[in-house]
Ligand binder design. Structure first.
Ligand code: ATP
Ligand SMILES: O=c1ccn([C@@H]2O[C@H](COP(=O)(O)O)[C@@H](O)[C@H]2O)c(=O)[nH]1
Length: 554
């Protein structure tokens, strides 16, 4: 049929037919040309469909651009809020908070605009664009909360602060990633406080970061959330800087109130409205293991501090547990079988609480990487009936254990020469001690690697009787480790990892040795000489020590 695809005449065809009826031949060429230009209905339909797609794409593009713009503006405002907050050390409080409140109001206006674009079924498409703003905002609100109330902001508080009349979901991941950026800012505030000689402010920063680190470490161990590991490393380095700053202001502080006992706390009675470590009064649980006391120790007793901690853990839990819940029955069954095959945290809370840790004689074995700790410990076992527990070996074993939730984390820390969060290492050490209930003497080799571990072990396991310290120059250790690396198969016996381990040793472990030295607990052995020579010196030191211990016990 002329001019039609589906039997329906086009307008031009109709006009041509009526011109023919009228016998109007002159109109024909014009009408023919008109008909040739006019799209067929199918073409028309396709054009219309494309038009609709184009409009939808344009609308999507505009909506995405609007979200990106709002997100950038909120990010910038949040950074300005942080910047304004950090002026707290230079300007009157009211001025700072007034300024921040103004910026916060502007941020909320932008959030309102952004939330409007995030409503409806397509909202999820733009979440990725909104996320940076939400995380930066959480960071800013976290800094504010810390400075004003000395508390870790909770996820609920973040949500409540977003009073914009429209729902704007804050995910657990946003919350965790947002608060894990706090240490960098707290560290900046701390540096300003040092400039002002405000010792108390520096102490508060340090405690806050320790609480945060403890909480994040646990979440990290449990779920290894993408992005969190990197932030945890930054947190470590911020914490390290703050610790150095704090102790540089008061070098003897770690040793106040009796050696390591004074390490984590301010020494004096903490103010009721400040976050504090639960063990600051020296009332740590001896021989009692972790349990709920462990959490109180991590986060202090202030109810709102606990709330912050709970929020952090709830988010971590949700990230771990929700995906688990979404598993099929088959996946869940497989996972539970794997766990039954290789349970590692095998002692019950009750058994841990009952185990007489405090009655055990523990000797720590310290020294740089490759200084001979393992070699000499093995021989001491033969001569004196110690149980030898190498923290590094326990970690490597846990790393290899199929289905270990810590495997990836440990692998990363070991390769990078970093110190695995102490909750994991102490958990493994405690397990291993409990595997030998008959034994009273333990050589704990390669532990504690930093002051926090040392304090945590004292509080949750027991105090070491002495510390065997292998003194060794770096060149000797490097040569021995490279030699060992030819056959050891260890991921960290290579030049790059060895350098990192040396750095960690100098920065974190040497201060532990110094602190124990001040307590009079160090037995130094020079690592120079043959294996037999060094062992002879070691043996003599230990024989004398055991003689003393036994005499004391009589
Ligand atoms: N006195 C010595 N003379 C020469 N080589 C030694 C001596 N003592 C130990 N070694 C060798 O040096 C290497 C490192 O020793 P060892 O494994 O005991 O050190 P380590 O302190 O336990 O190391 P890491 O902290 O890395 O576990 C080993 O290959 C060991 O055989
Ligand atoms: O308490 C500890 C002990 C060890 N690590 C990590 O393990 C490696 C290797 O330890 P070795 O004692 O040399 O076997 C060490 O570099 C750390 O990454 C730890 O984190 N905590």
């Amino acid at each position: 049929m002329e001019g039609t695809d589906n039997g329906t005449a086009t307008a031009a065809a109709k006009r041509r037919a009526s011109a023919a009826d009228r016998g109007d031949k002159a109109a024909r060429p014009r009408l023919d040309a008109e008909a040739a230009d006019e799209p067929s209905p199918r073409k028309q339909a396709v054009l219309e469909a494309f038009g609709a797609y184009r409009d939808a794409l344009d609308a999507h593009h505009d909506q995405r651009e609007r979200v990106i713009k709002c997100s950038r503006d909120i990010t910038a405002l949040s950074k300005k809020m942080i910047f304004a907050l950090l002026r707290i050390t230079q300007e009157p409080l009211e001025k700072v908070f007034r300024d921040v409140q103004g910026k916060h109001k502007q941020a909320l206006d932008l959030f309102r605009k952004m939330a409007a674009d995030l409503q409806g079924s397509d909202a999820a498409k733009y979440n990725r664009q909104a996320t940076p703003a939400i995380q930066e905002y959480i960071e800013a609100m976290g800094v504010w909360r810390f400075l004003e109330h000395n508390q870790l902001i909770t996820k609920q508080q973040v949500e409540d602060s977003l009073d914009i009349g429209l729902p704007l979901p804050v995910t657990d991941e946003d919350y965790l990633l947002g608060i894990s950026d706090l240490p960098g800012e707290v560290n900046r505030y701390c540096i300003n406080a040092i400039g002002k000689g405000d010792h108390e402010a520096v102490r508060r920063c340090l405690e806050f970061m320790r609480h945060l680190k403890a909480g994040i470490s646990v979440v990290l161990c449990a779920c290894g959330a993408k992005g969190l590991l990197k932030k945890a490393e930054v947190l470590d380095s911020s914490l390290e800087k703050t610790e150095k700053a704090y102790y540089s202001m008061s070098p003897l502080r770690p040793l106040r109130a009796g050696g390591l006992r004074g390490y984590t706390s301010s020494g004096g009675r903490p103010k009721p409205d400040t976050l504090r470590m639960g063990q600051s009064d020296g009332g740590g649980k001896k021989g009692g293991g972790g349990g709920s006391g462990g959490w109180r120790n991590l986060f202090g007793f202030h109810p709102l501090a606990v709330l912050g901690a709970a929020s952090l853990l709830a988010s971590g839990y949700a990230m771990i547990y929700r995906p688990y819940k979404a598993w099929s029955d088959e996946q869940r069954e497989k996972r539970s079988k794997q766990q039954q095959q290789a349970p590692k945290i095998k002692h019950t809370e009750e058994a841990i609480a009952k185990f007489p840790f405090a009655q055990k004689s523990v000797v720590f074995v310290l020294g740089g990487p490759g200084s001979g700790k393992g070699t000499n410990s093995a021989r001491l076992v033969e001569d004196f009936g110690f149980v030898h527990l190498s923290a590094g070996d326990l970690l490597r074993e846990e790393q290899k254990r199929p289905d270990s939730q810590y495997g990836k984390l440990i692998e990363h820390y070991i390769r990078e020469g970093l110190i695995v969060p102490h909750e994991v290492t102490i958990g493994l050490l405690r397990n291993a001690m409990m595997d030998h209930p008959e034994c009273d003497r333990f050589l704990i080799d390669g532990f504690p690697r930093n002051l926090v571990q040392a304090k945590a072990f004292e509080d949750t396991v027991c105090q070491a009787k002495k510390v065997l310290f292998f003194e060794c120059p770096e060149e000797t250790m490097l040569a021995r480790l490279l030699d060992r690396g030819k056959t050891s198969g260890r991921s960290d016996d290579n030049v790059e990892s060895i350098r990192k381990r040396f750095r960690t040793y100098a920065n974190d472990t040497k201060p532990v040795i110094d602190a124990f030295a001040k307590e009079g607990k160090i037995l130094t052995v020079s690592c120079q000489g043959s294996v037999d020579d060094v062992y002879a010196k070691t043996r003599a030191q230990v024989a004398e020590l055991l003689g003393t211990i036994e005499k004391k016990a009589e």
